[in-house]
Structures are given as C-alpha cells and as structure tokens.
Design a protein around this ligand. Structure first.
Ligand code: SAH
Length: 373
C-alpha cells in the first residue's frame, strides 16, 4: 500500500456517492465505479471502460486499487488450493480455497503475521507485521475468484491473523462482501474465527451481523488453556463465556467453539466433563480439529478412533459436535499451518525471507549502498 493514496475498495456505496459529489460527477457514476471494483473485480482504473477518462484521472490521483498480486499457487491432492499473494510493500499473505459439497469456500488472512502467540499455530511464529487493508482483504477473495472462474459461496476469516485485532477493516470487508452489487455473499456464509477478545466480541454483538462467530477454545479449564494460548493469561474462561452469553443474547445466533484435539492433553473424560459444564446454557456447536502438525511444535493429534470417541462422548452429553474435515495438509494449507512459506522447484521458500530480500534490495537500490542484515 502506498503511503499517499487511499484504498478505493474500502469505500461503501454511500461513501462512493459522496466522493462523486465532491468530484462533481453524476451520482450514477458511483454505481459504475462500484460495479467495476466489486462486481467485475478489476485491478486497475484503466479497465473501467465506460468511466470517463477525467473521472479515472481524478480517482487515480487520490486513490489506488490496493494491489494483491498472485505470486504462487499450490494444489493439494485433495483439490485444495493455497495462494501466496504479494502486497505493495512486499508483505506476503496466504489464502486457501477449499471445495465442499455445498460449494467453494475461501479461507482468508486478516493480518500479515499475528501477535496472539498460540503455541500450536505456525502463523504467529514471526509475530505481527501489520494489519491488512480492506482492499487486501477483498483482494484475496477477488483474485481467487477470478483465478478459479467459479462462484465462491463461503468465506471463513480463519487464515493468518486475529480478525478482531483488525476490527474496523474486517467489518468493512464483511459488509462489502455482502453488497448486492459486489459478490453478494450472504452473511450467513461468512465465519469469523477469534481467539476470544471480550471487548471486541462485545462490539461485534452491536453490529447486528448475521455471520457465524467461531471462538477458539481448545481447552475447557484456564490452566490448560494458558498452556496453549497466551490470551488466556489475560482473559479467563469465566470472562470469555460471559461475553459469549452476551453475544448470543444480543443476536441469538448459534456460536461455534473450535477445539483442537491434542493427544494426551485435552482429549480425556475429564475434558468432556469440563466442556459440558462450560457450554451449558449456550446454543453452541463444537468443531473438533485434530491438531495439525507444525514443524517447530511437538503437539500430535489423537488417532482417528480416539477423535471419534471424543466426539461420541460429547454427543452423549448432548453437545452438538462435528469433526473438521482437514483439507490441504500436504501443502501446509490446513488450520494453523499457514506461515507464508511455499514449496518451489528449489525447495521450501519462506515468504518472510522473500520479504527481507526484497526489502534489502529496495533499500540498496534507494541508497546505492549494500545493506547487511
Ligand atoms: N486468530 C483466529 C483464527 C485462527 S485459525 C483464531 O484464533 O480463532 C483458525 C483455527 O485454527 C483457530 O481455532 C486456531 O486456534 C486453529 N489452529 C491454529 N493452529 C492449529 C493447528 N496447528 N492445528 C489445528 N488447529 C489450529
């Protein structure tokens, strides 16, 4: 993203109308420009064929279509595709396209990196680089959509990053996805997954959205949760569950709780009992994710039989539960495996190194001096 220009894809339709007024263009031009951006998914002002040159010029002096450049695509044996995108500042992010019976679902990243530090997750290993702009959030969906040529029906905000840590942009993103003149993706087909930030969940409740909120629980006691998620040091389960009740009371939508199963750690009968007590009184759905291996971590998933047994025990306790179908594990595209790294002909290339190299080249070019790191 350039320092100077604003992100035109972040404008709502009403804001686009205000802009036309300010620039002294007719009101219908707002719909035209909006269509080009969010319906026809152009990535350059020059592609807006029926828009007058003067308007394109005025727009492009003040605004830009934040670039999201497809760098690499990897395809898994199960058909899942992982995309690596390059941003204007050479940050790299990943998105994953999955095919389900009910259609195509895209998993988008909300930040470059993540500062939440969950111990089983690769996306947080390098820390947080920055929030993604609205155009970069949309750009992931738009580029993948153009690439596949098929309609994407579901969006899950479960890639790298904590979406509620990039609250305003993520909210604008959701509203724009939902626009009739855009991809018109139903809010009911959008899921936002959070590690559980109470103030932000409270704010979200007031937005009156129809999206599904998924809360990463992973353990049913504070003691165990603290071993997995640093956020649990500052947010107790008591506080988290209280805010979940508030959220549900405000909107009535069913909540999803994600529970990554780790062999010998959170898959015992005691865990079933704690989970039952924790979820009592909520309209909840538990999504079990056998933990995906991450190179730097030693967590292992229980075997398939043990996962099913855990599911059965929850069901016997009248807890609504499913096991997440893990897609794209062979391309490091499954939950918690996104790390901005890609396998190329030369071996594994890590996006963080790519970023650093590009950054160094840019500095060297600017200064005419070699930069050592
Ligand atoms: N920051 C958001 C989105 C994270 S990714 C959040 O915390 O919810 C989506 C889900 O995958 C989360 O529930 C996350 O905790 C889980 N996850 C992360 N790493 C994982 C791993 N190695 N195996 C299984 N699930 C993992």
């Amino acid at each position: 993203m350039s320092e100077m220009k604003k992100d035109i894809r972040a404008l709502s339709r009403a804001e686009m109308e205000d802009l036309m007024k300010r620039l002294s263009f007719e009101r219908f031009r707002a719909d035209q420009v909006f269509d080009w951006l969010h319906g026809k998914l152009v990535s350059d002002f020059s592609e807006m064929k029926n828009v007058p040159g003067k308007l394109k010029e005025a727009l492009s002096t003040e605004y830009e279509i934040t670039p999201v450049k497809k760098e690499l695509v990897q395809e898994s044996s199960d058909g899942t595709r992982k995309y690596l995108f390059r941003m204007a500042d050479d940050q790299m992010i990943e998105s994953v396209l999955m095919r389900y019976e009910h259609g195509l679902s895209i998993c988008v990243s909300s930040q470059a990196g993540c500062r939440m530090g969950c111990r089983f997750c690769a996306s947080t290993i390098g820390g947080l680089c920055r929030n993604l702009a609205v155009g970069e959030l949309l750009g992931q969906v738009y580029e993948v959509s153009k690439d596949g040529g098929e309609r994407i029906s579901n969006v899950v905000i479960m890639g790298t990053g904590e979406p509620l840590d990039n609250y305003r942009n993520v909210l604008t993103f959701i509203r724009l996805l939902n626009e009739e003149r855009g991809l018109h993706i139903s809010q009911r087909n959008i899921t936002l997954s959070t590690c559980g930030l109470p103030e932000k969940i409270r704010a979200l409740a007031k937005e009156e959205l129809q999206i599904t909120l998924a809360v990463s629980l992973h353990a049913a006691t504070d003691e165990k949760r603290r071993k997995l998620m640093p956020v649990a040091d500052s947010v107790s389960l008591k506080e988290l569950m209280a805010v979940c009740h508030e959220y549900q009371d405000a909107g009535g939508r069913r909540l999803t709780f994600e529970y990554s199963l780790i062999a010998g750690f959170n898959d015992t009968d005691e865990d079933v009992r704690s989970l039952k007590a924790l979820l009592s009184g909520l309209n909840a759905h538990v999504n079990l994710i056998p933990v995906n291996p991450v190179r730097e971590r030693s967590f292992r998933p229980p075997d398939a039989g043990a996962v099913r047994a855990f599911q059965n025990k929850l069901e016997k306790n009248h807890i609504n539960v499913t096991i997440r179908r893990e897609l794209g594990q062979d391309i490091d595209g499954a939950c918690g495996q996104l790390r901005r790294s890609f396998k190329t002909a030369e071996g594994v290339c890590c996006a963080e190194d790519l970023c650093k190299n590009r950054y160094r080249q840019k500095k060297e070019h600017e200064s005419g001096q070699p930069v050592f790191q």
